[in-house]
Structure formats: C-alpha cells, structure tokens
Design a protein around this ligand. Sequence first.
Ligand code: XIL
Length: 378
Amino acid sequence: MSWKSVMLCGLLIASLAGGARAQGPAPPSTLKEAFKDSFRIGAALNQAQFEERDERGTRIVTTQFNTISPENVLKWESVHPGPDAYRFDAADRYVAFGEKNKMFIVGHCLVWHNQTPRWVFQDDKGEPLGRAALLERLHDHIRTVVGRYRGRIAGWDVVNEALSDDGSLRPTPWLKLIGEDYLAKAFEFAHEADPRAELYYNDYSLENEAKRKGAVELIRKLQARGIAIAAVGLQGHDKMGWPTLAQQSATIEAFSALGVKVNITELDIDVLPAATRQPTAEVSQSAQAQDKLNPYASGLPDEVQQALAKRYGDLFGVFAKYRGVITRVTFWGVTDADSWLNDWPVKGRTSYPLLFDRNGEPKPAFEAVIRAAAPKAP
Ligand code: XIL
C-alpha cells in the first residue's frame, strides 16, 4: 500500500466515522504525531540508516520516529573490541544523527552475555578473571562509554537479559565471576558516569509469570540498595498468540506497582512458524533452515497480513491504555527487510514483523497502530 492510499484511506475513515461531522480533522499520518500525547515512538537503527546511506530507510526514520536505539554499534564487541581498544566512530555517528534530528537517544547495552568478546572474562593467560579484576574492567568500560556520551545519550540499557526463563539469575560469566551484585555495580558505575541519564533493566519474556516474578524481585533488591531504575524495558519480540493481552497488561501493571516506568524496547511480531520450543529472544539459539519454516518466501497472504494488522492494533490498544506508565515504544528495525528475524533463529527466512514492507511502504499494520492511538468514541 502506498503513502497516497494510506492518506486517502485515513480521510475516508475519518469522513465515515465523522458522519455529519464530515469536516473533522484527518487522522495523523505519522506514528510520532499519532502518539505525541502518549509516549515516544522509536526504531532500532542499523549503520546504513544513521549514516544516511539507506535514503529510504533514513527518510522513514526522520518522518515517523522521535527516539532511536542502536541495533549493534554500542554493544561491547563493537565499541570495546580489545582490552586496550575502544572504537567509537560508528557510535559517534549514531549519536550525531539523533542530535541532528532532535531525537531521544537510547544506549544499548552495557552488560550482556552476548556480543561480548571472550577476552573480557579472561586474564592475559586465558584464565578466568577474578572478581576484583572483572569489576575493574566493567567500571572502565562503563565510565568510558557512558562518559563519552554524557548528557547526549538520554537513557541506557544498563543490564540486558540477566534472567533465565524460571526467573532465577542467568548463569552468565558476569554472575559466575563477580557474584549477584554485578547488576548493582553496573547501575552504580553508570550513574557515576552520567548522573542525569535514565537507567534501565531490559529483558525478554517478562510477560511469562515466573520470569516476571524474578524481575520484580530483582528490581526490588536494586531499589533497596538505593539504585534509581527509571524503567524496565520489555523487549517485545512477540508472536501472533504470545503474549496474550492479559499477560501484557499484567506485566505493565506489575512493574508500574514498583514505581518504575515501562518501555517497550524491541517490538516486532513474528508471523513465521515457530522454530524454537518456547517463545524466546536468546540470540545464541539457532535452528536448521527448512522450507516449511519459510512459508512466505514469495509474499505474505492477505489473511496473514490482516491478522498481523489486528494483532498490532490489539497490542497498541493495551499500550495506549497504559500511556501514563509507558514512556516509549521502540520497534526493532524499520522495514521488514532490515529485521534480525530474517536470520534468527533460522538463517535466510523472509520475515514480516514490522510496520513497513520491503519497499518501505506502510503495511495495514501501520494503519491499525495509528487507529489504536485515537481516543475511542464515548
Ligand atoms: C540483535 C541484532 O538485531 C542483530 O543484528 C545481531 O546480530 C544480534 O542482536 N535482544 C537484544 C538485541 O537485546 O540486542 C538483539 O539484537 C535482539 C534480541
């Protein structure tokens, strides 16, 4: 569907809905405009987008979104590839792009078990690092990265994915080598490096009760230590049937009750057949390519397109209801062609998880999301 037909469609809906009030204003035609009184709307950018080499992608970003996240360029392996090597050229361009366009700039992420080089956890003989040495390395990393963008990156995913599906702390090298307080330390180091930055805990599948309970307990413990967590990030790598709207609401309410905001940080909705036993977003998982796992290689059937639009509309209905708690909804990518779900957990699939198609045109899901922003008639 082209931009022109979206506009025409919008006008038609407005005039039908308006009936006698046919002169009513047309619905907004951009995401950031539609949600301006509710929350920020964002996207994770790849390098071609923030370097403005992908002109079409860049145009969608500057037109539709008012907050950006870096898909990869601020991860440990990108900015700190060797013990004495920091590399900031790409990250500097990401931040400059956000400033140029007056966007709310997010940093992702300081502590994670993926995309972190092996040397981080080893001494120069290749032996596991002790607690004090690893803490010192973490302190140096956070001070250098957060300090560089102090006052410019407005919020940081300090710790990403620290929990297992059962709600216990995930047995990462961070936990094994430092102990439970690695999370508190990371937040303290980040606060020290930029006292005004918002600090977040970010994870997937918190909509499932066991993991959510673990996260609630974790946030409580950090708060008891005097750490100010601004928001919990729900990644939102969703499926057509998961999470249910009831799970989505219960999750937002559980964190809101702790006095923190909720951000939807990595939203996409997967319409392809499941390739993992449980819904997950663990990037180290992989599955063998098979034709039956890639059913829409030559296009998305209309009924699936419409079902995706409805699913997006339903989820945004919930987000809009919690507009006082949710401060940001960020999509993990701009168009379907950019999505990580084309290569994860199965390489080379044709995935349709976002609001813009492979030609950069808005999908029916885009209109469904815009419609969800409009206050319902009494
Ligand atoms: C993904 C990126 O989109 C890919 O380009 C990269 O190869 C792997 O990581 N959860 C996260 C994100 O927190 O950082 C991941 O991003 C997707 C899952």
